[in-house]
Design a protein around this ligand. Structure first.
Ligand code: SAH
Length: 246
């Protein structure tokens, strides 16, 4: 994307985006554009909705309560959504925000909080997770905002797991090894990745997971990584070997 466009503010909106459709922003986004960024009539922003690609839009009013815009042209077509499923044991507050944002930046298609025995939190504010995912997409020029699923217990997840999808397990108990060769064998398959909580998987959970035919355990090296580090490490090695970095 040319630098000139990359410098424009990017906003996620709900309505359809097509030539000639006038669009009025809600209070929060209007305040952000007109007051925080001090944008005024005639200035441009980039809008996306997860369906119609990215559109350049020009402000036709700069009211702090309701900015209106006209759509100028489509500057990026909507890419195919990612099929990479990302499951993780939710962490506390700001580290949870971090993990959500990194999953978006790393191109996952579904974000699934999984409650395991040692998971530190049990109640999640779903709308906060969604807001974090949208903010990450706005900041990183991601046009597909991942689906953020409601939390599920590990047992319920495994009972409903689609058997045509491999579940890559970041297994802290695995002997240290590079996961590259094992991942390369999964090229072209439907994939999920599961990261455990700070306390790791319980012995019962790990034994159950390792006994499942669709589970592919991988090591993330000789050191025990914190759960948020493991999330980025696992997504990096997957995207780099069999994901969308090729
Ligand atoms: N029981 C340890 C492990 C927790 S690390 C502890 O309490 O610190 C949190 C999660 O990150 C693990 O469940 C695993 O999914 C992942 N992880 C961390 N280090 C890893 C490694 N070296 N190999 C594979 N997965 C790892």
């Amino acid at each position: 994307m040319p630098r000139s466009l990359a410098a424009l503010p990017r906003l996620y909106v709900e309505p359809d985006l097509a030539t000639g459709i006038p669009l009025t922003l809600g209070k929060e986004q209007s305040l952000y554009l007109a007051a925080v960024l001090r944008k005024s009539v005639g200035e441009e922003v980039v809008l996306f909705n997860g369906r119609d690609g990215a559109w350049r839009a020009r402000m036709t009013s700069d009211s702090k309560r309701s900015v209106s815009l006209e759509l100028v042209d489509q500057i990026a077509v909507q890419p195919a959504p990612s099929d990479l499923w990302y499951g993780f044991a939710p962490l506390k507050s700001e580290r949870l925000d971090y993990v959500i944002q990194k999953a978006v930046e790393m191109g996952v298609g579904t974000i699934q909080p999984v409650l395991t025995q040692f998971t530190q939190v049990s109640r999640l504010k779903h709308e906060r997770l969604v807001a974090n995912a949208i903010e990450a997409a706005e900041q990183c020029e991601v046009l597909n905002v991942p689906v953020v699923a409601p939390e599920i217990t590990l047992s319920a997840l495994l009972e409903s797991w689609p058997t045509d999808r491999r579940l890559i397990l970041a297994d802290e108990g695995a002997a240290s090894a590079s996961p590259v060769e094992r991942l390369t064998q999964l090229a072209g398959e439907k994939l999920g990745i599961l990261i455990g909580p700070e306390g790791g998987f319980s012995d019962v959970e790990r034994t159950r997971l390792l006994g499942l035919p669709y589970v592919v355990p991988i090591s993330l090296g000789p050191r025990i990584l914190r759960a948020d580090t493991a999330a980025v490490a696992a997504l990096t090695v997957i995207q780099a070997t069999i994901g969308d970095w090729r």
